[in-house]
Design a protein around this ligand. Structure first.
Ligand code: HEC
Length: 267
C-alpha cells in the first residue's frame, strides 16, 4: 500500500509540475492532483480484503449504504473545491462594456468640445475681419465665411490626444498585456516586451503585425511565431481607426534601455 501511495504522490507531483509549465490555472492544477490521488485510492482499494458473502435484505442495505457514502463524499468533496460563479463573470463583462460605453460617451463629449472650439475660433476670426472693416456693429457680415477656412488649431490638438487615448484603451481591451510587458506591467513570458517597439517598427509596420501576426517575427521567438502564439483575430475585433490608434500609441514607445527583440520581416 505504501508503495502505491508513493507512486501516487510521484504521479501527482509530475502532473502538477507539467500543469505549471503549461500555465494551467491553479484551480485546475489542484483538480489534476486530486484526480491522481483518487486514482491511487482506487488502486489501493483493489488490495483490500473482500467482504464476506451477503444475501437478502442485508446485501440490499449494504448497497444502499455504499451508495449514500459515495454520493456524500462526491458532493462534499466537490463543494470544497473552488466554484464557478456566473455572477463573477457577469461583473467582469459589465466592467468591460462599461469602459467601452464610457469611452464612446467621452468620445462624443470630446467631439462636441472640439466643435465648440472651432466655432469659437470662427467667431474670433469674424470679429477680427469686422474690426478690420472698421464696423464692429455690422450684423449682416455674420454670413461671410471665415478667412482661409482652415481648421482651428484647437481641434487638431484634441484629436491627437484622442488617438493616444483610444490606442491605450485598445491595448487594455484587446488584452495585449496578457502576453506583452509594457511599462513593466503585464506579460506572462509568452511574448516580447514592447517598450522599444517605436524605435524598431514604423506605425504602419506595427499595424501590419497586428493585422497579420505572421508578417513579422520577433528575433528569438521562432517557436512562438511558428506556432502562431500571437492570435490572428485582432483585424476582426478592431475597426481601422482603433487599429491605427493602437499602432500610433505603440509607436511612441521608444525606450532603448528595454531589450525589445528585433522584428524580422516575413511577408
Ligand atoms: C497570446 C499571446 C499574444 C497576444 C494576446 C498578443 N501577442 Fe503580440 N506577440 C506574441 C508573441 C509570442 C510574439 C513574438 C513572436 C512573433 O513575432 O509572432 C509577439 C510579437 C508582437 C510584436 C512584435 C515584437 C517584436 O519585437 O518583433 C508586436 C508589435 C506585437 N506582438 C503586438 C501585439 C499587440 C498590439 C497585441 C494586442 C492587440 C498583441 N501583440 C497581442 C504574443 C501575443
Amino acid at each position: 500500500m505504501f508503495k502505491k501511495l508513493g507512486i501516487a504522490l510521484l504521479v501527482g507531483g509530475v502532473v502538477v509540475v507539467f500543469a505549471r509549465s503549461q500555465e494551467v490555472p491553479s484551480d485546475f492544477q489542484l483538480l489534476w492532483a486530486i484526480f491522481a490521488m483518487i486514482g491511487a485510492m482506487v488502486f489501493m482499494l483493489l488490495d483490500a480484503k473482500p467482504l464476506a458473502m451477503m444475501s437478502g435484505g442485508k446485501s440490499l442495505l449494504a448497497v444502499a449504504a455504499f451508495w449514500i457514502l459515495i454520493v456524500t463524499v462526491c458532493i462534499a468533496g466537490a463543494s470544497l473545491l473552488p466554484q464557478f460563479d456566473p455572477e463573477d463573470e457577469r461583473e467582469k463583462i459589465s466592467k468591460l462594456l462599461e469602459k467601452q460605453r464610457a469611452a464612446s460617451e467621452q468620445g462624443k463629449a470630446d467631439e462636441l468640445i472640439a466643435r465648440a472650439k472651432a466655432l469659437d475660433e470662427q467667431v474670433k476670426a469674424l470679429e477680427e475681419r469686422l474690426k478690420g472693416l472698421g464696423g464692429s456693429q455690422v450684423a449682416t457680415a455674420t454670413t461671410t465665411p471665415p478667412a482661409g477656412g482652415k481648421p482651428p488649431a484647437g481641434a487638431g490638438g484634441g484629436a491627437a490626444g484622442d488617438v493616444m487615448k483610444v490606442g491605450e484603451e485598445q491595448w487594455q481591451l484587446q488584452e495585449c498585456y496578457n502576453c506583452h510587458k509594457l511599462r513593466g506591467e503585464g506579460g506572462k513570458k509568452r511574448g516580447p516586451e514592447l517598450d522599444n517597439i517605436g524605435t524598431l517598427l514604423t506605425v504602419e509596420e506595427i499595424q501590419e503585425k497586428i493585422v497579420d501576426p505572421k508578417s513579422f517575427m520577433a528575433e528569438g521567438y521562432d517557436k512562438e511565431w511558428k506556432k502562431g502564439v500571437m492570435p490572428d483575430k485582432f483585424k476582426d475585433l478592431m475597426d481601422p481607426k482603433e487599429m491605427l490608434a493602437l499602432a500610433t500609441w505603440l509607436g511612441t514607445f521608444k525606450n532603448t534601455s528595454v531589450n525589445t527583440p528585433k522584428p524580422i520581416k516575413k511577408k
